[in-house]
Every structure is written in structure tokens, then in C-alpha cells.
Design a binder for this molecule. Structure first.
Ligand code: ZN
Ligand code: ZN
Length: 357
């Protein structure tokens, strides 16, 4: 079996190397070459991809095409059988044989980090890189793959290169590899940038009084405004009305930390660090985010839900929200239908959702 496999792999490998010489893109061992099972991966929602997210497999390393292909097959098996992923979780894998193995490939969504699957390429070094680096052949293969990705339009020219541990609590891709990555082109410390429409842009009135949160909030509480929804600069008027209403209720300012409209725009309410007035005793340890509209009767747009995800990622990245935060709906704090059943059912599918405080 072992013998046959080697012959099979070597024959296959000669071909792509010869053909590959015509293009600047590196030779990629295709799914066919490594004998992949069929999967059901979806296309990226954002193409070209804006992020490259690096992982390690935390397995043995491999130094030959036969060994690497066998490891890639076993990773696919674990991902599909045990973890129930649609396919192998990574877009590409790189072995110390210097080869790149096609995972789900270019333009497809991997399953490697919930918040970035839809717009990133997940690339995995086969091995455990806690205390040493992948060899030159493997590191060189990554560089050529990334250059090729930009050249062929699979990656944006200004893509951001990050490691798994920057977006979620994990050691991946290993301490030694992580420190090496910090020196590479395209590497960013903060993977998420976020557009937030400031108070001065929407014309907020000065607050009557301010309170501050001490420490890092541990909860993000979702609301709806139960007003008509709005889009574009029409929202400015809506926000001013909500603020005036809340000041009348003696909240001191607009009661939420942020608001999100159906076109996906995020508006600064009281912003980060302020103790707003949206959830009683939970105000002191939570960020209150309100969707503008009534989601008992209508359904939230995908754009608005994506903006909530982005706001959460950004808050965690900037240390404004605990990385093991709980995402809850207002109805888990007190008897209310807020944030409306349609929005509640959407947030209940999100990462870190909790039905209790
Ligand atoms: Zn990882
Ligand atoms: Zn509410």
C-alpha cells in the first residue's frame, strides 16, 4: 500500500512541475493529486479575499509528498467526520516537503475561524510550530502562494495577513511561527478596521451626564429601537429623535452604546467605555447595541447582522470587550420582547450567544 502510494504520488508530481514553469504561480498539489474526498464548500462572500489567516495543524510534520498527502487526508477526515465540517477546513496546507496542498482552494469558504471564513484564505502549515519554524521550503512556498493569489486576483492587493491567535483564544499557529509572521509584509496587528459614524456626524446633542464602565465589559446586549427603520443620512434624524426621547426619560444621553441600521451602518451612541442606560443592573458590565427598527414584525438584514459581528470582533481586538464575552438579547435581562423575535432568533445562532446573563 505504502509502496503503491509513493509511485502514484511521484508520477503525478512530475507533470505539474513542468507545466508550472510557465506561470509565476507555484505548483499546487490538487485535491485529485492527494486523493481528497468530495466536499460541499461554499464560495466566499467577499471575493477577492481581504484577509489571510495562518494556522498550524498541531500534528506531526511531513517531509515527503507521500507523507504530506497522507496527513492532509487524515486532517480532512477529522474535519469532516468528527467536526462535521463541509470539507477540509483550510483553503491550502503547506508541508515541509515545500509543497502546497489544495484544501478547499481559492475563492471558497474554509471552516477555520467563524468570523473570517467568508472573506479570508485559511492557510495551514502542517506541523506544530510552538518552538521552531517551518523550514525554508515551506516558508518560501507561502510567499509564492500569496504573491500568486494577488497576481491572479484571488486576494486583494492590500490583503491583511494575520494569525489565528489574534482573533480567538488559541495558541495556533504556535508561538515561534507567530513571532516570525509579525515581521512579514502585509502582517497587521489589528485585523479589523471598522467604520463607525460618530456622534458629531449624526448631530448628537451634548449629554446631560455621563457614567463610565470600570473594567472590560463581559456582555454585549442586543436591542431593537421599535421605531421605523431608516437608511443613509435619514438615520441622523431618527437618532436625534431617539436621543431626545431618552434624555426626556432621564437617561442622560442616548441609551445605547451603538446602533445599527438596516443598510449595515454602525452609529456611535455613547460609544465604548461609557455606562449607557439600556439594561438596568447589567449596564455596568455590558455594551448595548440596538438595531434600528422593529424586529418583532420585520427581519434584520444580513448587512446589519454582519455589522454586529464586525463590531464584536473589533471590540474584542481593541480590548473593549472581554474575549470570552457573552452575547445576549435584552429579553434575557428582563421581561420584554426586545430585541424582537426575528432578531433574537438570528443572534441565537451567533458565536458566544447565551440565553442567560
Ligand atoms: Zn488555527
Ligand atoms: Zn431593549
Amino acid at each position: 500500500m505504502e509502496q503503491n502510494e509513493k509511485v502514484y504520488v511521484h508520477v503525478l508530481f512530475l507533470f505539474p512541475i513542468i507545466c508550472g514553469a510557465l506561470s509565476t504561480c507555484p505548483n499546487i498539489i490538487t485535491r485529485n493529486d492527494w486523493n481528497a474526498r468530495e466536499g460541499l464548500s461554499k464560495s466566499l462572500e467577499q471575493y477577492p479575499a481581504t484577509h489571510v489567516l495562518l494556522h498550524h495543524s498541531s500534528t506531526a510534520t511531513c517531509n515527503s509528498p507521500a507523507n504530506c498527502a497522507a496527513l492532509v487526508r487524515s486532517i480532512q477526515k477529522i474535519h469532516m467526520n468528527r467536526k462535521r465540517y463541509r470539507d477540509i477546513g483550510y483553503n491550502f496546507l503547506i508541508g515541509e516537503d515545500g509543497n502546497i496542498y489544495e484544501g478547499v482552494g481559492w475563492g471558497k469558504q474554509g471552516t477555520h475561524e467563524d468570523r473570517l471564513n467568508s472573506r479570508s484564505m485559511g492557510i495551514c502549515f502542517i506541523g506544530d510550530y510552538t518552538s521552531y519554524l517551518p523550514n525554508e521550503a515551506a516558508l518560501g512556498a507561502l510567499q509564492r502562494l500569496l504573491e500568486c493569489g494577488v497576481e491572479d486576483g484571488h486576494l486583494t492587493a492590500d490583503y491583511k495577513l494575520i494569525t489565528h491567535r489574534q482573533v480567538t483564544p488559541t495558541d495556533c499557529p504556535g508561538h515561534r511561527l507567530y513571532t516570525h509572521m509579525r515581521g512579514l509584509d502585509h502582517w497587521v496587528n489589528a485585523p479589523y478596521a471598522l467604520d463607525i459614524v460618530s456622534r458629531s456626524t449624526w448631530g448628537a446633542a451634548a449629554p446631560r451626564f455621563k457614567n463610565y464602565i470600570s473594567g472590560t465589559p463581559t456582555h454585549l446586549i442586543v436591542h431593537h429601537t421599535v421605531t421605523p427603520s431608516c437608511s443613509g443620512t435619514d438615520c441622523y434624524r431618527r437618532l436625534k429623535q431617539i436621543q431626545a426621547d431618552h434624555i426626556n426619560k432621564k437617561y442622560g444621553d442616548i441609551g445605547y452604546n451603538f446602533l445599527i441600521s438596516q443598510d449595515g451602518t454602525i452609529y456611535q451612541g455613547q460609544g465604548f467605555g461609557r455606562k449607557a442606560a439600556h439594561a438596568g443592573r447589567a449596564n455596568g458590565y455590558s455594551i448595548g447595541v440596538s438595531f434600528i427598527g422593529n424586529f418583532e414584525t420585520s427581519s434584520p438584514s444580513q448587512a446589519s447582522l454582519n455589522s454586529l459581528t464586525n463590531l464584536i470582533s473589533y471590540a474584542v481586538q481593541e480590548g473593549k470587550l472581554s474575549s470570552n464575552y457573552k452575547l445576549v438579547g435584552h429579553r434575557s435581562v428582563k421581561a420584554t420582547s426586545c430585541p424582537g423575535r426575528n432578531l433574537y432568533s438570528e443572534i441565537s445562532k451567533m458565536k458566544n450567544f447565551s440565553s442567560t446573563l
